[in-house]
Ligand binder design. Sequence first.
Ligand code: SAM
Length: 287
Amino acid sequence: MNQNQNFERPDVINFLSKVVERRTETPAAQQRYLEIGIEEGVTWRKVNIGNKDGVDPNPAVSGEPCTNYRMTSDEFFALHLNDNKDAKDPKIYDIIFVDGLHHCEFVWRDIRNSLLLLKPQGFIVVDDLLPKLEIEQFRTQKAPSWTGDVWKMWYLLRSVQPFGNITGAVNICWGVGYIDAGSDPKGLAMLMSPEIPDCHDPLKAMISWDTYHSNEQKFANIMTWDQFELIFALDPEWYMDQYPDLRQNGITTRELSIQHWITYGVNENRFPNRLAMKKAATAQSKA
Ligand SMILES: C[S@@+](CC[C@H](N)C(=O)[O-])C[C@H]1O[C@@H](n2cnc3c(N)ncnc32)[C@H](O)[C@@H]1O
């Protein structure tokens, strides 16, 4: 699948912030963002969300406002989850970007902890799911670009649950993944379950790099930027309510409605959400 070179990590985050705004009517200026792993703050600075926190034990720049939690992600979560326990207004986030230590077990833990600090309609974004070369994905850095073995975590996560488009990897940079926590809280809660085989040790998710790389599409749910935009343009419940023929023909779930929208709805000029229909009606009345 061809890569789109025009988009970067902050574009995914800013796009999902608009989805949160549509779902919750919370403008970006009032949303809350957490980034784990700041380095120089390149992404952090480009994120257009009003309230931003950053965690890094060893950021590449000092004295910057982006690392207001100078500690490891484990320390941050322990502190924060404890503070939230008795708080009347617990500090939880609309979007959490996981980009700290690139070892699969750390990323796995960061994701599980992030799910505890995420708003119900929020998103987790994860970097570096799609290494381009084998040399980039070793656990110690051997090449200038380093993804580590984050891909093992993604493989494991997607094999725990048939997530469909609730999780996906946008094919930009080295693969930027999203987890749509609002779509399937029950499914995602499963990730917290201690019963899930091998989950405590993603290193046990034994799959070779060659097998993953040659089956990435199947394992990782890779999508182009355009497909990503299409998926989140859709308000599945509204779409099924608006077009009764869908339910009559067995399109009764979020996942099926996404498939219908991408495969047929776009070409049939159906509307993906209320706002799109309203905009088209306004444009027509002005014409
Ligand atoms: C790839 S860089 C982050 C890049 C940044 N997110 C961006 O998009 O510009 C990874 C960062 O994670 C930090 N890091 C390493 N171990 C960590 C840990 N246990 N918890 C949080 N951050 C960690 C490193 O210090 C490094 O700055």
